[in-house]
Design a protein around this ligand. Structure first.
Ligand SMILES: *Cc1c(COP(=O)(O)O)cnc(C)c1O
Length: 422
């Protein structure tokens, strides 16, 4: 045996079945999203969506999108996925790329803003103005790309505070960010106002629709009244949306859209003085798996507009049922006024001394439910999707039980792990 870092490479290979058996046995403690008891991480579009995703991913498992001259089908897949969503978001001249996830899309939006400000305004070290509900990936991007974050506290309704954002803009501002909806509480930032003040400052304006990109357009088609947030809003320069969230594709698929080809040029990287050849790269990755790209394309074509409308109806109805159920349980309530599939559950006013939402989360975990914890305010996060619909009544009953069981108790464990370093 060769041992390194606690792992082992067997001297002679195991059989196919032995390998699979070992993998199966590793999975014993994994969150059981297949049962609908996980409100995040994996979004379950149902058996037909799994089947097409798995077949398409298997077909493209070994393919590499590094060079789409060698594998033109992946170039075509990318153009079709990007073009479809650009049209759905009313970007007449919009264009973009597929990426590996929301974080990579956000990294590319931040890099684009930096390059544009350098080219057009001569800004060497720019600032990005962020509200404190914007995704942590923007902080990561600023850290990676040498930009400063100017952080603005959100308003009382948890939406981005437009006046405070306007006050935070300086002549070094390269990017203003809004989310549709934001991750922690599911409320939609006032994109029209943010885009106006961003454009006035000649800065880029990014809309983070990682969660909303495959939900809000279909809610609108279903007749829901929503604020404008996409390319219909003048001043919006880039939008991120994740196919691997409510697009119901397997992990590794997101989209970064630019309002114009000129904007997209600030994202890409080329290097032509390498002995290995001309290097042109749209995003962070070099070698790039074709599997998530093909699976995303396949899921989108399998579902079509009607499939997404149906999944959206189910997710939104389920989220609203949970909202109403939570508000009817004494001691807990919903944070803010979420408009789509995301919600957060907190202790109600006046109950702080008697009830601890993290103790409730432990009681839920004992019953097999998985909800992320978050802070300021302490709350349990739920991204509701199609997979949660069959168990919504069971969830509300057991949530009421968990609250009743924990009244008068608190937990010392205040950890709020959204993501981990292992
Ligand atoms: C999930 C999410 C991201 C990050 O996307 P990853 O795919 O996890 O990298 C960014 N913004 C919002 C609003 C999200 O929900």
């Amino acid at each position: 045996m060769f041992y390194g870092l606690g792992m082992s490479l067997p001297d002679s290979g195991l059989s196919h079945d032995e390998v699979l058996e070992r993998l199966r046995s590793l999975r014993g403690d994994d969150a059981r999203w297949q049962d609908g008891r996980t409100f995040g991480l994996v979004y379950d579009g149902g058996p037909e969506v799994h089947a097409i995703a798995e077949d398409a991913a298997a077909m493209y498992l070994h393919e590499n999108a590094l060079n789409t001259l060698a594998i033109p089908s992946l170039g075509q897949i990318q153009r079709e996925v990007v073009g479809t969503m650009a049209a759905l978001l009313h970007g007449d001249d919009a264009t973009g790329f597929m990426t590996s996830g929301g974080t990579e899309s956000i990294l590319m939006a931040v890099k684009t803003a930096r390059e544009r400000a350098r080219a057009e305004r001569g800004i060497e070290r720019g600032e990005i103005v962020l509200t404190d509900t914007a995704h942590a990936a923007f902080h990561k991007a600023a850290h990676y790309f040498g930009l400063d974050v100017v952080l603005v506290p959100c308003a009382d309704d948890y939406r981005c505070d437009v006046d405070a954002t306007a006050d935070a803009i300086t002549d070094r501002t390269v990017l203003v960010v809004g989310s549709a909806p934001q991750y922690p509480h599911g409320v939609i930032d006032p994109i029209e106002d943010l885009a106006r003040i961003g454009a006035e400052a000649s800065a880029n304006v990014h809309v983070d629709a990682c969660m909303g990109g495959f939900v809000l357009p279909f809610m609108e088609r279903l007749g829901e009244d929503l604020p404008l947030w996409d390319f219909r809003v003048p001043g919006v320069t880039t939008i991120s949306l994740d196919v691997h969230k409510l697009g119901y594709a397997p992990k590794g698929a997101s989209i970064i859209l630019h309002h114009s080809k000129a904007s997209r040029r600030f994202q890409t990287y080329t290097f032509d003085d390498w002995r290995g050849g001309f290097y042109a790269s749209p995003s962070m990755q070099g070698t790039r798996s074709g599997a998530p790209m093909a699976a995303a394309w396949a899921v989108m074509h399998r579902l079509g507009v009607e499939g997404y409308e149906q999944l959206t109806r189910t997710a939104i109805d389920t989220a609203r049922k949970i909202q109403a159920g939570v508000r009817s349980i004494d001691g807990i309530t919903i944070v803010g006024e979420p408009q789509a599939q995301i919600l957060a559950i907190q202790v109600d006013d006046g109950w702080e001394a008697r009830l601890d939402i993290f103790a409730v989360s432990e009681a839920l975990a004992r019953r097999g439910w998985y909800l992320d914890r978050q802070s300021n305010p302490d709350a349990l996060h739920a991204t509701v999707s199609n997979g949660n619909a069959p168990v919504v009544d069971e969830f509300l009953t057991e949530l009421a039980d968990a609250v009743a069981e924990t009244i008068g108790t608190a937990t010392d464990d205040r950890d709020t792990a959204y993501a981990t370093v292992d």
